[in-house]
Write a protein that binds this ligand. Structure first.
Ligand SMILES: [Zn+2]
Ligand SMILES: [Zn+2]
Length: 98
């Protein structure tokens, strides 16, 4: 159990899915259309899969604060952008948790 895991509510995946659904599976910063569930991804490369992976961001970076206004759907590069500049080096893999 990591620090971040413990902060997430049990229904986090439902919350995250509804945020992405409301965004129409598009990044709310750059408008990139990301992969929706059930979409055919068989022709995409691994790096494309990573690029079009929509993630949910907490504006105040507190994963236990899941009020709708604290959440935004972002593509992986925009998400990374918001987490850059801090002292911690966040890898794209970790970003799905933030
Ligand atoms: Zn974006
Ligand atoms: Zn984030």
């Amino acid at each position: 159990m990591t620090f971040t895991d413990s902060l997430y509510p049990d229904n986090w995946s439902e919350i995250a899915t509804s945020v992405k659904l409301e965004a129409g599976w598009c990044c709310q910063k750059c408008g990139l259309k990301c992969i929706a569930p059930g979409e055919d991804t068989s022709k995409l490369t691994l790096s494309q899969l990573r690029t079009y992976n929509l993630q949910v961001h907490h504006w105040n970076r507190n994963p236990s604060d899941n009020r709708r206004e604290n959440l935004a759907a972002l593509c992986s590069s925009c998400h990374l952008h918001y987490h850059r500049g801090g002292k911690s080096n966040v890898s794209p893999g970790q970003l799905s948790l933030w």
